[in-house]
Ligand binder design. Structure first.
Ligand code: CTP
Length: 446
């Protein structure tokens, strides 16, 4: 019996998939189809698969062409399967020509002509028209952002706004975007959604104007420095049926999502304490060290450290106290924020002029999670217990700058028409703004 195997996501099952399976089946007597999991698709950079795994498997079953369906969930599995199932022929569409020649030592490799003018990507684009995105600001993060959006289909950076004409033009030429530097409203007219990466103090105005003009907003952290302003913006987004998301990239990356699942599963018991630290020594001439109002350790990195605190301890803290080391102008080089909860506590350490170990520790009644630096990119973490010999280790891939994950979530929320508060929603974002406000107020007092 000649055994044939093929693999794919088979999202939004279409004619091209059917024809591929039919010809694959004709190559032998027994057809096995490997369907990728969501996690594996994400890992290989496919961030836009619409249908859940079971739907995709069901659709293949319905064709009656597959004798067996298996799940593909890790790199290197193809070689394993070929040996394990005694495969004679490996086949995929011609869009992959050459990519699987390395399997030739193990079985025959056949590339079947791809069906023209149909693909899951085309169907997804028909389902949801491409989201036209405008970028406000041309700084470091905006540069990284535009490069990262290229990895997410369904959303495209189209234009850039910066009131400084030269910066807008330079940025637009670099990325092939349309430059706007005069009227912000005009810039908004031509797009569906906006990414705000302006200096912090302008977030509120840019976000509010965009929402009032009916545009979805992804705004860099910290969204604003006032709980009331944050509440107003989220209220406005809700009223207008728009997505407003704070671009806290850690919240959306697969590793942090995994870490949340592990903690939520209860393996470490009840969470009682969270300690999160993020420091980066900034040059004395940098904005972080010279902008006395909006620079400094806490406004720079406090959003990162507060993410696990608000996520695992909640937004209802009883008290928060700040202790800072200030420079001569009153800018905080290092800040420790101590949160007190009804049943627990948390500490955030952030700095631009003091260096410390950038780790995250989530302590529970049965064990703790230790995520070493750079935990904010969440590539690796451990679950540890009383017994020092028992350590569960988790490694989750993280690609590029990681901004692609928040962009993908932003696009998914726009397309679904519903806010998704599971990762980092309005409640946490409003609480974060409230803590920032308190920090700014107390800092000015002292
Ligand atoms: N395929 C094909 N003809 C098409 C589309 C896909 O023969 N028009 C084949 C692919 O070459 C692959 C299999 O179907 O062997 C599963 O492909 P998959 O990547 O799931 O489908 P695509 O439509 O290519 O998906 P996407 O647009 O997301 O890349």
């Amino acid at each position: 019996m000649k055994k044939v195997i093929t693999y794919g996501s088979f999202d939004l099952f279409h004619e091209g998939h059917y024809r591929l399976l039919k010809r694959a089946k004709e190559l032998g007597d027994y057809l096995m189809v490997g369907v990728t999991t969501e996690q594996y698709d994400r890992l290989r950079g496919k961030l836009n698969v619409e249908e859940p795994l079971l739907t995709r498997v069901e659709n293949i079953k319905k064709t009656g062409l597959a004798d067996e369906i298996i799940i593909e969930d890790h790199p290197g599995q193809k070689e394993e399967d070929i040996v394990k199932y005694g495969i004679d022929i490996f086949t995929v569409g011609s869009d992959w020509t050459g990519a699987f020649d390395y399997l030739k030592g193990k079985c025959e490799v056949v590339y079947l002509e791809r069906t023209k003018d149909i693909s899951s990507t085309i169907l997804r684009e028909k389902l949801h028209p491409i989201i036209r995105l405008g970028v406000v600001g041309t700084g470091r993060i905006a540069n990284r952002f535009v490069a990262e959006t290229k990895f997410v289909s369904g959303i495209e950076s189209k234009s850039v706004y910066n009131p400084h004409k030269e910066n807008a033009i330079k940025f637009s030429l670099k990325f092939g975007l349309r430059a706007h530097y005069e009227e912000y409203e005009k810039f908004l007219d031509e797009i569906d959604a906006v990414y705000v990466a302006s200096p912090h103090e302008f977030h509120y105005e840019y976000t509010k104007t965009a929402l009032l003009q009916g545009k979805h907003v992804l705004c860099e952290k910290p969204l604003v420095f006032s709980g009331a302003q944050a509440e107003e913006l989220y209220g406005l987004a809700k009223q207008k049926g728009l997505v407003l998301m704070e671009a806290l990239k850690t919240a959306f990356c697969p590793g942090f999502e995994r870490l949340c699942q592990i903690v939520d599963s209860g393996v470490i018991g009840t969470v009682c304490d969270v300690e999160a630290c993020f420091t980066r020594l900034a040059s004395e001439q940098s904005r972080e060290r010279t902008d006395v109002e909006y620079g400094g350790g806490f406004t720079e990195f406090g959003s990162h450290t507060m993410l696990p605190i608000l996520r695992f301890m909640g937004t209802d803290y009883k008290d928060v106290q700040f202790h800072s080391i200030l420079d001569g102008q009153g800018l905080d080089l290092y800040t420790k924020a101590n949160f007190v909860y009804e049943r627990g506590m948390a500490t955030s350490k952030s700095g631009v002029g003091v260096k410390s170990e950038g780790q995250l520790v989530i302590a529970g009644t049965k064990g703790y999670v230790l995520a070493p630096s750079p935990w904010w990119l969440t590539k690796y973490f451990e679950v540890r217990y009383e017994n020092p010999g028992k350590i569960d280790r988790y490694e989750v891939p993280f690609y590029g700058d990681g901004l692609r994950y928040e962009v993908k979530d932003f696009a998914v929320q726009i397309n679904s028409g519903e806010p998704d508060n599971r990762k980092f929603g309005a409640k946490e974002s409003i609480a974060l703004a409230g803590v920032m406000e308190r920090f700014m107020r107390l800092r000015n007092v002292s």
